[in-house]
Design a protein around this ligand. Sequence first.
Ligand code: ATP
Ligand code: MG
Ligand code: MG
Ligand code: MG
Length: 441
Amino acid sequence: MPDALCPSNPGFLMRLSRYFLPVMKEAPAEAEIVSHKLMLRAGMIQQQSAGIYSWLPLGYAVLRKVEQIVREEMNAAGAIEILMPTIQSADLWRESGRYDAYGKEMLRIQDRHERDMLFGPTNEEMVTDIFRRHVRSYRQLPLNLYHIQWKFRDEIRPRFGVMRGREFLMKDAYSFDIDFEGAKRSYEAMFVAYLRAFRRMGLTAIPMQAETGPIGGDLSHEFQILAPTGESAVYYDAAFEEVDFASPDLDVEELKRFYAAADEKHDAAACTVPPERLRTGRGVEVGHIFYFGTKYSVPLKGVVTGPDGAEVPVHMGSYGIGVSRLVGALIEAFHDDQGIVWPESVAPFKVGIVNLRPEDEATNGVAETIYEALQKAGVDVLLDDRNERPGVKFASMDLIGLPWQVTVGPRGAAAGLAELKSRRGGDKVEIGVDALIQRLT
Ligand code: ATP
Ligand code: MG
Ligand code: MG
Ligand code: MG
């Protein structure tokens, strides 16, 4: 199916004159970090309240691309997509004991009947409720259910745009197994799926030991992307710099043996990395995986009958990815002085065409030919057909960071030529229209 017909596509209007792209020359003063500034300047988001954003067409297109990569890697790892509501009943959380324990980050609401409700910050309780009502036997295991849904956490300090929002989009998966051995396999499948998903976005996320709370063990990892503006202090073995995260036979056990820890989890006394190999820096937590055993299955009665007929509580894990945070994290990783530099896999459009002279017949003809051919081939393409000065058009193209820029002007058009520029490398070539279309499809 060509992209233009695909529901995840930004839309049918991909002529800039008819699109909605409210770019700004300067970022509002409240934006502190480069990704937040660029998201506002490129017209990707608009703040509605502290930590709560509207996603405008360009931002929404990227959000959907990130979401789709995460979805595909979850499905490939055997997880099954569902959709749970954002609003939950407090009663479920009373059953697990977390209603009181969760504290001020939880947004508590009452309905018209004065029933206590809440805007879900996470879904362990609810997914266990789904499980306990339908799963009876160990033969139905292993099971991994996930959803991609908005969460609300009343963060004390929402900041950095979508990186620390109050309302944010998370993928959260939940695994159910009969015993620890099974749960460990489920955990490792997620571990690898996470590395794949981040890799597909062009990111290197380092898995780091994370707090496991009272359960202990080594089964909790945060995935951290290195960025100077990251909120976590990270410590890791330089050996990570040698790892080929794209390799199909990544050895999870080996990765887990390398030292990497964030914040308080780093223990200088216990750290076994020789000083010359210990790297320190800042990280952005883009994912977190967690094995927590029977913490929720016991109080919420998530039980199955085992092979011997006896009822046992299931062993569970939960696995989060910050889908909306990733959009900011990607820009932190991929930008230059002119603007965003999207990797192709998450770019809102793969190609941007600058028509330098929309009023000139030959120029217009060439630009339209390229635009239509690319669209037909299923390439996401944005055509700048506005009556603006070339400088303005080039600046907005660089700002929004599409991987390929095609410029059509009267001189080239007369000879059937256009200019192709790679946003990342900056190199430009003059190229015939047919060859250009072939290269981009
Ligand atoms: P943080 O340490 O940044 O507060 P967390 O450890 O509280 O995150 P988790 O409960 O592990 O978050 O949630 C899973 C993922 O959801 C995180 O790894 C992160 O990518 C994302 N996330 C958490 N809080 C936010 C937020 N306020 N805004 C955007 N994304 C978030
Ligand atoms: Mg938090
Ligand atoms: Mg954290
Ligand atoms: Mg976490």
